[in-house]
Design a protein around this ligand. Structure first.
Ligand code: ACO
Length: 275
């Protein structure tokens, strides 16, 4: 598929009630990620980030799959035939949109509707939260065709799973369902397939009530401090909170204190302040 000439976009974006529902859109290929899709996703993320109607982004897949991982024909075989530089470029585009997604200005939720293999663990991890259909199927299938989980998938499972579960799935390639994905910590929750979109919309609605500048600082702070020693993290969090005070032109922190202490209009332990 060539995005310049193809009438069907490689990802669909539907904006409703503050949520951008982004669907990887190669359903006939189980949303396998080819170089054209990976390049196109940079444009999609730019558009979602700039769209003032959007407060939360959901990433999902059209049809039966979330994503069947990297496109074995187009991302690997055909790109390798073009040589080393083409391989590096394809990697840059793929890793690049996942990295961009990981640090997106807006909160992100992965909605795993079906098949999720190999390289698809990378955009799954990049999303701040993840929800799966109970019958969605996950697998680290790399071992089944003779490679190791690259595209940082080994790092993803090292960060999210315990060692026994990680090595079990890396070494056996066995598939597991959404329930199991929730039990091992790969996703937040699994729900019946017909309840998935509703549950994700419900969580997105909670996020839409929060201060967006604080949400961005909070998710980045978590993702940064997990890699820091204790005292460095402590200092980083002081500085990050102070930078938030500068970035949040609504001065949400002051309003939050005022509405509780002076107005007595809400309880911060139980709900968000009124923005
Ligand atoms: N790369 C390239 N093409 C793919 C991929 C993929 N990862 N996944 C599916 N397709 C294509 C198939 O070749 C087929 O194409 P065709 O219609 O032109 O013949 C089409 O998508 C439909 O696939 P089927 O296998 O017929 O679909 P089915 O629903 O029976 O099975 C399943 C779905 C289980 C996802 C199967 O397609 C599959 O095993 N895909 C590969 C999964 C995988 O191991 N991905 C790589 C992970 S490792 C990594 O990402 C680095």
């Amino acid at each position: 598929q060539d995005r310049a000439t193809d009438a069907v976009p490689l990802a669909l974006v539907e904006v409703a009630d503050g949520i951008a529902w982004v669907s990887l859109n190669r359903p006939d290929k189980r949303n396998a990620m080819n170089p054209a899709l990976n390049a196109y996703m940079h444009e999609v993320l730019d558009a979602v980030e700039a769209d003032e109607r959007v407060g939360v982004m959901v990433l999902t897949g059209a049809g039966e799959a979330f994503s069947a991982g990297m496109d074995l024909k187009e991302y690997f075989r055909e790109t390798e035939e073009k040589g080393h530089l083409a391989v590096r470029r394809a990697q840059r585009d793929a890793y690049g949109w996942w990295r961009r997604l990981r640090w997106l200005e807006k909160p992100t939720i992965a909605m795993v509707n079906g098949w999720c293999f190999g390289g698809a663990f990378s955009p799954l991890f990049a999303c701040d939260l993840a929800f799966a259909a109970e019958d969605a199927q996950f697998g680290l299938s790399e071992i089944n065709w003779g490679i190791i989980p690259g595209g940082n998938v080994t790092k993803v499972v090292a960060d999210l799973l315990g060692q026994r579960d990680a090595l079990y799935y890396i070494m056996t390639g066995e598939t597991f369902d959404g329930r199991r994905a929730a039990a091992v910590g790969l996703v937040n929750e699994s729900v019946p397939a017909d309840a998935l979109r509703g549950r994700v919309a419900e969580v997105a609605k909670v996020l839409l009530e929060k201060n967006p500048a604080t949400l961005k600082a909070a998710k980045d702070a978590f993702k940064r401090v997990v890699e820091m020693p204790f005292d460095t993290a402590e200092d980083y969090l002081v500085v990050r909170q102070e930078s938030l005070a500068f970035l949040d032109k609504t001065e949400g922190r002051k309003a939050g204190i005022r509405q509780f202490i002076d107005d007595k209009s809400y309880k911060p332990g139980l709900a968000s302040y009124r923005r």
